[in-house]
Design a protein around this ligand. Structure first.
Ligand code: FE2
Length: 469
């Protein structure tokens, strides 16, 4: 991530206010945001026991303890070691243990062996967090405008980096708990705050089949416009021709996915990419990750425990291969990321994000659509006549058929932070829209998530598209 690409446009300039006031408000704003995000990581860990925090259930999963320490290492490495004169790490070996993939920052411990590291203990990792937070506070308190100009872009990047790891922490805990026959509960109940209210609002909203909305061919502007923070992979902003297409009004549900399963979808190679067919057979996939069949009924392991599959929820924990096979079976296809971004342009960023503490996709037409209807002050009848996109944001990341590639003119920045995104632009697919584990203020219309096509442990789902009829 290029430090220079991080915007600071919202800052008050010295010309507008006395210098002292500007300095303090800027520092306080930065410090508040830093602590708010750091504290939310700690909040997510409430209820976890130390034993929960050290398990690595597969190479893609990192122990909670590692997430706590790695996000801390990021601030220590890219801010404290760079900007605090004479800074000495209390435990220099952490630089090796908690570097993830930044070759320019030095050697690193093997990712697939993170679960073998019993020391530092969880409490030592938490002390590491507190120590680095304290040093960041001291640095901010004494920084002048010139230093703040240098620190702020990296601090903001570190905050967004931590939010990404919060999502990974949640999905990693889910994978760890899913291995346990006791089916531990991460958060009981699963419905709190606004989602509960939205669900009530939605009782009058029918859950009919999805419809398709037509979009005319157009040349559209793709990528971030420079207003506020964005990752470097969201630019450069450029024009793209998007031929006419149709996009489904909502994500595919569990109930619809069960129909694919019952139609023998997992055993019919005509729907599958060759690599997907091989993978599905090797892995013996016959349903989304976390589904189990008991006495003829499908059950779903969630962060609130094991429960029957709810047919009205968006299907999640499916790979790109499964999403693509489902789309073929349904006589449709996955959208490109350009179609998705074009369609999402007028969709407000609202829905079921991590702040709702549901930690699971909300039933279709019960979360985002309820919010959209309430905010738009439009009658249900009129909405039915004019179908609209719902649940574009939150609930499940939506697989697109777009390979994760650089936009025209993209160049990764030199140095370690240039390794943030650019070097992963190979063999991965773009996902859009965020999930129930994403922070509301982390997602954007232009946000490009990416995973390899066989990955299933994130909250990944399906929205169908079609060529123009
Ligand atoms: Fe990271």
């Amino acid at each position: 991530m290029s430090a220079t690409s991080v915007e600071t446009a919202s800052m008050t300039t010295a010309a507008e206010k006395p210098l002292f006031v500007t300095d303090q408000s800027r520092i306080e704003r930065l410090r508040d945001r830093f602590h708010q995000v750091r504290n939310f990581t700690n909040t997510l860990c409430v209820g976890l026991e130390p034993e929960d925090c050290v398990v690595q259930s597969m190479p893609d999963v990192s122990p909670t303890k590692w997430h706590l320490a790695h996000t801390t290492w990021f601030f220590e490495t890219f801010i404290l070691k760079k900007f605090v004169t004479g800074y000495r790490a209390e435990i220099p070996e952490y630089a090796y243990l908690f570097n993830s993939y930044y070759n320019a920052a030095g050697d690193m411990h093997r990712r697939d062996l993170r679960g073998l590291i019993s020391r530092p203990t969880l409490s030592q990792a938490q002390r590491y967090r507190a120590s680095v937070d304290s040093h960041i506070d001291d640095l901010l308190s004494s920084a002048d405008e010139t230093l703040l100009d240098e620190i702020e872009p990296i601090l903001v990047l570190g905050i967004h980096h931590e939010q990404q790891h919060q999502e990974l922490l949640i999905t990693d805990v889910k994978h760890v708990f899913a291995q346990n026959p006791l089916y531990p509960v991460f958060r009981a109940g699963g419905t709190r705050h606004s989602v509960r209210a939205e669900t009530r609002t939605a009782t009058a909203i029918p859950r009919g089949p999805y419809q398709f909305i037509d979009f005319e061919e157009t040349v559209t502007v793709i990528g971030h416009n420079g207003d506020g923070f964005a990752y470097d992979n969201e630019g450069p902003r450029h024009q793209a021709l998007v031929p006419s297409f149709s996009l489904a009004t909502r994500p595919v549900t569990n109930g619809e996915y069960v129909a694919f399963i019952e139609d023998n979808g997992y055993n019919r190679p005509e729907f599958w990419l060759s690599l997907g067919w091989t993978t599905a057979n090797e892995q013996r996939w016959n349903a989304p990750l976390y589904w189990k069949k008991h006495d003829g009924a499908w059950w779903n392991f969630t962060l609130s425990g094991l429960r029957p599959v709810d047919p009205s929820e968006p299907v999640t924990h499916v790979s790109y291969f499964e999403a693509d096979a489902y789309a073929n079976w349904a006589g449709a296809r996955l959208p490109t990321e350009f179609e998705w971004e074009r369609a999402a342009l007028n969709c407000p960023i609202q829905g079921n994000f991590v702040e709702t503490e549901l930690f699971h996709p909300a039933p279709v037409a019960s979360a985002s659509s309820a919010v959209a209807l309430a905010k738009a002050d439009v009658s249900v009848e009129r909405r039915e006549q004019h179908p609209h996109l719902v649940q574009m944001f939150g609930d499940v990341w939506e697989w697109t058929r777009s390979a994760y590639s650089p936009y025209p003119g993209y160049r990764a920045a030199p140095g370690a932070l240039g390794e943030y995104n650019g070097k992963f632009m190979c063999n991965q697919y773009v996902l859009r829209g965020g999930s129930c584990a994403t922070s509301r203020n982390h997602i954007r219309h232009t946000y490009r998530n990416f995973f390899q096509p066989e990955k299933r442990w994130q909250f990944t789902g399906i929205r169908l598209a079609r060529d123009a009829q």
